[in-house]
Design a protein around this ligand. Structure first.
Ligand SMILES: Nc1nc2c(c(=O)[nH]1)N[C@H]1C(S)=C(S)[C@@H](COP(=O)(O)OP(=O)(O)OC[C@H]3O[C@@H](n4cnc5c(=O)[nH]c(N)nc54)[C@H](O)[C@@H]3O)O[C@H]1N2
Ligand SMILES: Nc1nc2c(c(=O)[nH]1)N[C@H]1C(S)=C(S)[C@@H](COP(=O)(O)OP(=O)(O)OC[C@H]3O[C@@H](n4cnc5c(=O)[nH]c(N)nc54)[C@H](O)[C@@H]3O)O[C@H]1N2
Ligand SMILES: [Mo]
Length: 770
């Protein structure tokens, strides 16, 4: 370790995840944002059988939710939505868009809830209040003025309910487009593309019960302490059973190391914590395929040795023979992959990888959980294939206590996909829509998120409708993305809070304020509930109870239906009837998707119901009915990864929700009041002749080094923080690092941007920090 200088806002956090620190953080979040009285009511009704679904993450609810399950980041997400602050038309009148642009993203959202529908007025450079009817009329006219329906892009962020998302896609299909960029394209697209090829379904195969039966658990490339905090309670149970938990991550994440449950008075009072990961290996960013191949290579050795000693081997030969194809090619590929390549790419030693293989081989039932550390690479889909390969070799799919568990991001991103938010419609969808509504639409593929921004950049698409989210800031290459979005004829944002995307002006721009999950949704037939699907394919109802933040808010289904009516004079859909009673929307979903049989009855059961996942029952919905071992490319073919340069990964802080920044702190990583930091290993600092606290520039190297204008992609003047991160890997926060990711830099199979494998070099940027 070098001699560490003191840097403002940088220290070391010694505590566990959870515990008193978490309680304190919630108290602070609540006092800053919430209206007295609203919050206690809201938090008690979160994730209850009859309450609303937490907008924080897609981790499922425990089987018998009887008491409020405490979660620091869930509480923050709720308090952020249920805030007492409002941003009203008077505020917009006094603050032209050009001045709002100067505010930070943090300040923009911090202004509070939007209260009125707004239209941009160029003469005064302000957003002004507009009646709903007038807004819809103008939006419908602008959509109809486009040269063709494919000149519009319809974005979805994964908070929308099944009901809103379904109506949205019906509207857009009837309008005549399949352009559905969505947040999932930037998130788990590698899962949605890779898993169906391997096991016939693009979703996880496990349920929460499986965690009670696994005898090894691998957590690869995700950070549950921050992003899925309710998972910590599950990890704690698994750890208390004495089951090995393996964490694979370039950073030492506190939420994978140890946890004090705020629900456990003894742990809280005694200051005790439960250790989580029993093995923690710091992998080099992007090295997961190499590590997984190494594990499988050693598994083959163990298998051969066991066979030669008269054992029955360590591969599940009966399963492989009955259920899979392609194992020979996988074995040949593993034999051809050298240990030198494996250790160089993964940054792990052969012994470490052998250790992992032994933990895996010893266990009868293994679950692998994974997140963005696996998917956001140019080889993201290949990573997913390798996870499936490893599990299939020992039959760890479709039996109790075993399977694959992608940790979804937004609370209903998985449900949005299930009910039709996809740019690649299939025959079932085309026929289902025809059966339900009596119209057909073209089956050709539309645009995903990257393709949508390119089409806007190239002038092919002239309208952008956003059902939530903050596309401009979430997307790679903000310079190119912002410039593209300024060329639009029409921009419409359905949102709860103001963000930067809303300030990127088109010829006509609208902000349509909607109800949040926590709020009462009253329609003609009374209070409505919506439904959502979690990471484990459980579908359940969510009903808000708070008084809406303003009387002018409308629900997302209402807004979509009225936009459709204003755009489609000859529509075949009874939009008013559907919105009057969301049961009718669910009846239509059931017609299009038979998996939702008895939808309305089923969601009235406490806890809801699970959708059919073939792979959970060893039914492989692939073209040949088998699970597939897939080998993909070799280790040296990823253009963004080579061992000569550093690889930058972009990560979430503890106090952010994607582009929503709750505060500038990142408690578990010891960062307070700032986000302009780059985490670097001591040895890498030395190699670059830098010291902890230096102001540095991070420059992209390799094939995507230059921007369209020829300048080097770089962030400048950030502070180097010496950190126990894997050597060869550096990390900074998202979205601060998005300028380093070219629009062209994405997984070739799934289009997922490479937010986690950016080849970079570091340089001192002049003056040293005080
Ligand atoms: N509070 C809160 N909750 C959230 C969100 C939020 O922003 N805030 N976002 C939601 C959304 S949309 C999503 S998608 C999820 C995201 O949840 P995560 O998948 O946990 O997201 P990230 O913070 O991007 O972190 C990924 C983890 O992968 C590690 N990592 C980075 N590169 C690599 C690599 O190459 N290999 C391996 N093995 N690990 C790597 C990082 O160190 C980090 O710990 O969380 C959801 N929940
Ligand atoms: N560098 C880098 N970039 C990334 C990532 C990364 O790890 N690194 N992660 C990617 C991932 S995983 C994702 S999912 C995307 C996220 O991309 P998005 O989903 O587009 O972004 P969010 O920040 O979640 O969107 C926040 C906005 O949603 C609106 N909102 C909140 N609640 C509601 C609601 O109930 N209804 C409606 N209509 N609007 C609401 C608010 O106006 C808020 O400003 O970012 C991606 N970008
Ligand atoms: Mo995500």
């Amino acid at each position: 370790m070098s001699d560490k200088r003191d840097i403002e806002g940088v220290s070391t956090y010694e505590g566990p995840a959870g515990g008193w620190g978490a309680l304190g953080a919630v108290a602070k979040a609540l006092s800053g944002q919430m209206a007295i009285g609203r919050e206690s009511l809201a938090l008690r009704r979160m994730n209850q059988p009859e309450g609303f679904d937490c907008p924080g993450c897609a981790w499922p609810d425990p089987k018998h939710t009887s008491s409020f399950e405490f979660c620091e980041n869930g509480a923050k997400a709720v308090s952020w939505e249920a805030t007492g602050k409002r941003v009203r038309p008077e505020f917009f009148a006094a603050n032209p868009v050009s001045s709002l642009w100067q505010l930070s993203d943090y300040a923009l959202e911090g202004l509070g809830r939007l209260t009125h529908p707004l239209a941009y007025d160029a003469a005064t450079d302000t957003y002004v209040a507009i009646e709903w009817d007038e807004a819809m009329r103008r939006i419908g006219a602008a959509l109809n003025a486009l040269p063709h329906p494919d000149a519009a892009e319809f974005y979805t962020s994964g908070r929308a309910s099944n009901e809103a998302a379904f109506l949205y896609q019906v509207f857009v299909r009837e309008f005549g487009s399949n352009n559905f960029p969505d947040c999932s394209n930037m998130c788990h697209e590698a899962t949605s593309v890779g898993l169906p090829q391997s096991i016939g379904v693009g979703k996880g195969t496990v349920t929460l019960e499986d965690f009670d039966h696994c005898d090894a658990l691998f957590c690869i490339g995700h950070n549950p302490g921050t992003n899925h905090p309710r998972m910590l309670a599950t990890l704690r149970e698994v750890s208390k059973r004495g089951v090995p938990i393996v964490a694979i991550n370039p950073l030492p994440e506190r939420g994978l190391e140890r946890f004090t449950s705020p629900q456990d008075p003894v742990e809280m009072v005694a200051g005790r914590a439960t250790p989580l990961a029993s093995t923690y290996y710091k992998i080099k960013c992007g090295g997961d395929t190499a590590m997984l191949k190494g594990m499988m290579k050693w598994l083959l050795e163990l298998d051969a040795s066991d066979l030669s000693h008269g054992g029955k081997g360590l591969l599940d030969r009966a399963f492989i023979a009955e259920h899979t194809v392609g194992v020979e090619a996988l074995i040949a590929d593993l034999q051809a992959t050298s240990w030198d390549a494996i250790t160089a790419k993964s940054g792990l030693s052969r012994d470490e990888i052998i250790h992992l293989a032994e933990i895996y081989a010893k266990a009868e039932r293994v679950i692998i959980c994974y997140g963005m550390g696996i998917t956001q690479h140019s080889h993201g889909t290949q990573n997913v294939h390798q996870l499936a390969n490893l599990l299939l070799l020992r039959g760890n799919m479709g039996k109790p206590g075993a399977g694959i568990c992608p940790l979804r991001g937004h609370s209903n991103v998985q449900g949005n996909r299930t009910v039709g938010i996809t740019e690649k419609p299939d025959d079932n969808l085309v026929q289902g829509i025809e059966k339900a509504f009596g119209f057909t639409f073209p089956k050709k593929h539309g645009h995903d998120a990257v393709a949508a921004i390119r089409a806007i950049r190239d002038g092919q698409s002239k309208a952008l409708i956003c059902l939530g989210g903050n596309l401009a800031v979430a997307m790679s290459d903000p310079d190119a993305t912002f410039a593209a979005m300024r060329k639009l004829d029409l921009a419409v944002h359905i949102a709860t809070k103001l963000n930067r995307s809303h300030l990127i002006l088109a010829k006509q721009s609208f902000i349509l304020p909607c109800l949040g999950r926590t709020e009462l949704d009253l329609q003609a037939t009374g209070a409505q509930s919506v439904t959502v699907e979690d990471s484990m394919s459980m579908v359940h109802a969510s009903e808000g109870s708070l008084e809406p933040a303003s009387e002018h808010l409308r629900s997302e289904p209402w807004i979509v239906a009225h936009m459709a009516k204003a755009t489609l004079p000859n529509t075949r859909v009874d939009w008013d009837g559907l919105v009057a009673n969301y049961d009718r929307i669910r009846e239509k979903i059931e017609v299009v998707y038979p998996a939702f049989a008895n939808y309305n009855e089923q969601i009235r059961q406490p806890g809801g119901f699970r959708l059919f996942i073939g792979a959970s029952e060893r039914k492989w919905l692939t073209p040949d009915g088998k699970a597939h071992f897939l080998i993909g490319r070799g280790l040296d073919e990823d253009p963004l990864l080579n061992t000569e340069h550093l690889t930058l990964t972009t990560i979430r802080s503890h106090d952010q929700y994607n582009t929503t920044i709750y505060s500038l702190n990142d408690r578990y990583r010891g960062i307070t009041g700032r986000r302009d930091v780059v985490f670097i290993n001591a040895a890498d600092l030395a190699t670059y002749g830098l010291r902890h606290g230096d102001r540095i520039d991070v420059e992209v190297v390799g094939p995507t080094a230059n921007r369209d204008d020829g300048q080097v992609r770089a962030v400048r003047g950030f502070t180097a923080v010496e950190y126990p991160i894997a050597q060869g890997t550096v990390a900074m926060y998202y979205p601060e690092g998005n300028g380093l990711v070219s629009l062209d830099s994405h997984d070739e199979q799934s289009g997922t941007p490479c937010y986690k494998s950016i080849p970079v070099a570091l340089k001192a940027s002049g003056a040293r920090a005080a």
